[in-house]
Design a protein around this ligand. Structure first.
Ligand SMILES: [Cu+2]
Length: 252
């Protein structure tokens, strides 16, 4: 009887674990868009922190200024270093605007750099998102143009997202019940730990070249794919949530 009970319990645990893994990570609703068209999109909050509801989300978009640029031959990622500027490939910068929507969280705002360019946004407060449900945080993307003289077929940005379930100091950032980290591992304070729930799994936003209206120059051959990761310094600077001039997360 006891053995049967134990077996039942362990199979239930397996089923529960399978259900949890079936829930998607936090990503963008539309991860691939085409250049030259304005579009709207959503951060999709995929699940809570274990059993805990998400009470806020914080997003950092690579600013393209001190971001790391690499190239490769497939869309899955490449590591060939590129030392030129991002504007050689795309007119990036201030392209994303947060769309106000209080249906998920009661407060939200954009994050801007010293020039007023949007480099991220946050949303939080209210009852939060039940741990077993998904939620949309909407934003718009202005029309982006792939540089016609470049060989870029696509440009992919790593978007760093932290879903917050408990407001804690930065020292508790590796606690899976406090936060879920969807960040690139670039050496920031928000990297998480290797082997963690979603280590080095940022959300991706890929802008595809419209090869019909903007064909590759003949000298490009097959062309290349470009990947842009935010710097550790930018993530550390832009990830905290500042509300009315006061940092509310992580706890200072
Ligand atoms: Cu997950």
């Amino acid at each position: 009887m006891l053995i049967r009970k134990l077996l039942l319990t362990s199979s239930m645990i397996i089923i529960l674990a399978a259900i949890q893994h079936a829930q998607a990570h936090t990503v963008l609703e539309v991860p691939q868009i085409t250049e030259q068209k304005r579009s709207s999109n959503n951060i999709v909050i995929g699940h809570g922190c274990g059993e805990s509801p998400v009470i806020g989300t914080s997003v950092v978009i690579p600013d393209g200024i001190d971001s790391t640029i690499t190239t490769g031959t497939t869309q899955a990622g490449g590591t060939d270093p590129y030392t030129g500027t991002l504007s050689n490939f795309i007119n990036w910068g201030n392209a994303i605007q947060l769309l106000q929507n209080r249906s998920v969280f009661s407060e939200q705002n954009e994050k801007t750099d010293s020039l007023g360019n949007v480099v991220g946004f946050w949303s939080g407060g209210g009852k939060g998102v039940a741990a077993n449900l998904n939620a949309y945080i909407p934003f718009t993307i202005s029309a982006l143009f792939v540089e016609p003289s470049s060989c870029a077929k696509s440009v992919r940005f790593d978007v760093a997202i932290v879903d917050v379930c408990k407001i804690t100091p930065i020292t508790d950032i590796n606690d899976d019940t406090a936060v879920s980290l969807w960040t690139p591992a670039v050496g920031s304070k928000y990297d998480g730990v290797e082997g963690g729930h979603a280590f080095n799994s940022p959300a991706f936003l890929t802008i595809n070249r419209d090869l019909t209206v903007n064909p590759l120059p003949e000298t490009c051959g097959e062309g290349l794919h470009v990947y842009v990761r935010p710097s550790a310094a930018q993530i550390d600077r832009d990830m905290p949530i500042i509300f009315d001039g006061t940092q509310i997360w992580p706890q200072p």
